[in-house]
Design a protein around this ligand. Structure first.
Ligand code: AMP
Length: 213
């Protein structure tokens, strides 16, 4: 990975602790303790270090494996509360998952001043626009609704550092691939990209080769 997108972690500089063998900031360690996560799951042990180091990561994992925290912990660590723009974008296939992932990110960020907003279809867009106007650092969204916001100019992704494609195979099945590519084109080329999927069929492989390093 290159310098532009690497290694800006522990912005608060309040010391560190361990999650298994993985070093995390004190504030994330406190959150993990409050949630009750004592040891990393396999996908967490495999992904947190490489993501913290700024690498692009493909994670093959089903729901129930702890994949949300596998990308959520590094995202919380790498987001800077003092910089008031969207630094992390997580794309998910369904509104239920958007709410679930938002809730997990809020739990992980409970000791850091990070704003996490979910944007999904079925909820009045005005409510999300109001939420986005408050200090937002991380957005969790479904591709269709994220594109709606981009079209209205109510979501700006020009400073995003990390994009996570969660349940990529599900997003593909729903036909979100063109939407995902349009959204990625609105984010910096220097971004970090992580992709999580239960299966890695060839269309997913193509996303990896076209959009990831
Ligand atoms: P996920 O695959 O992210 O949907 O997580 C599945 C379930 O595992 C959720 O209920 C999480 O709260 C829980 N979980 C995630 N990581 C851990 C961990 N390290 N220790 C215990 N439970 C966990």
């Amino acid at each position: 990975s290159n310098n532009a997108r690497s290694n800006k972690t522990a912005f608060d500089d309040v010391g560190s602790d361990y999650f298994g063998t993985q070093k995390v900031s004190i504030n994330v360690a406190r959150a993990l303790k409050a949630i009750g996560y004592e040891e990393p799951t396999r996908i967490q042990a495999d992904c947190i270090g490489p993501l913290l180091a700024g690498n692009d990561v493909v994670g093959q994992a089903h729901t129930g494996t702890g994949k949300t925290a596998a990308f959520g912990i590094p995202l919380v660590e790498r987001s800077d509360p003092s910089q008031i723009f969207i630094q992390g974008l997580i794309l998910v296939p369904t509104r239920e998952l958007a709410m679930q992932v938002r809730d997990e990110l809020v739990r992980l960020a409970q000791f850091r001043r990070l704003g996490v907003v979910a944007c999904y279809g079925g909820q009045p867009i005005s409510k999300q626009i109001a939420a986005l106007k408050r200090q937002t650092h991380i957005v969790v969204g479904t591709p269709g609704r994220v594109l709606d916001h981009l079209g209205k100019g109510t979501l700006l992704l020009g400073s995003v550092r990390t994009v996570v494609l969660d349940e990529a195979d599900e997003m593909l099945d729903i036909g979100f691939l063109p939407d995902i590519e349009r959204i990625l084109s609105r984010t910096p080329k220097t971004r970090q990209t992580a992709l999580f999927s239960a299966t890695i069929p060839s269309p997913i492989r193509r996303i990896v080769t076209r959009h990831m390093r």
